[in-house]
Design a protein around this ligand. Sequence first.
Ligand SMILES: Nc1ncnc2c1ncn2[C@@H]1O[C@H](COP(=O)(O)OP(=O)(O)OP(=O)(O)O)[C@@H](O)[C@H]1O
Length: 227
Amino acid sequence: MAENILQLKEVAIFQKENLILNEINLEVKAGDFVYLIGKTGSGKSSFMKTLYGDLPLQEGEGSIVGFDLKKLKENDIPFLRRKLGIVFQDFKLLLDRNVNNNLRFVLRATGWKDENKMAKRIEEVLTKVDMKTKGFKFPHELSGGEQQRIAIARSLLNDPELILADEPTGNLDPQTSVEVMKVLQEINKNGRTILMATHDYALILKYPSKTLKCDGNKVFEVIQKAV
Ligand SMILES: Nc1ncnc2c1ncn2[C@@H]1O[C@H](COP(=O)(O)OP(=O)(O)OP(=O)(O)O)[C@@H](O)[C@H]1O
């Protein structure tokens, strides 16, 4: 049986003193592709932030890629983030340097030192997202879809056990969204676990997978109807 990459038991999520989500119970297993849907303000980003240690887990129990979220200390967060790949809606690339140097910056910050090994790893992740020839480009020289592919490549640098993608296609047109989604699907086929928050129901219909919904302070699995 595949191991749990993420497990939450009776978790409640707060923003300041406001209860956002309550009684969350879920398991994500190695190799799963899971969507998290829900309307604006339903708590998707708060949920994701709890998973990558940006919001402390105040109530309930949670483990993610071997870390106990309840016992997570400030000092543990960089180590947790090394086992996660995080992809945001707005890409969050550093605008003052080219793609190679964006990726090199992350490698250095996570302890890599050998220049040859770094160059090799950068080439590997750029190849995975079909951007091998774009390493010398600056973010402003790339389309939104290309920037998101670079952000996905960046998330893969340290071989994460789980990728958390928060609205990764939120700034992209429908066709580009499908292209980015194909990249995520390919990464998932190669064995990586992905949790993706999205508004994009067209993508979910095109690429059906386990779907969790945030609604009325709860998170529950929804069964997709065939259309
Ligand atoms: N830093 C914060 N301080 C206080 N309240 C917040 C903060 N961030 C979010 N909230 C509140 O928490 C609730 C959930 O917000 P969240 O961003 O998690 O929703 P979401 O489902 O991700 O929405 P969207 O799809 O618009 O990104 C909202 O009511 C929001 O106003």
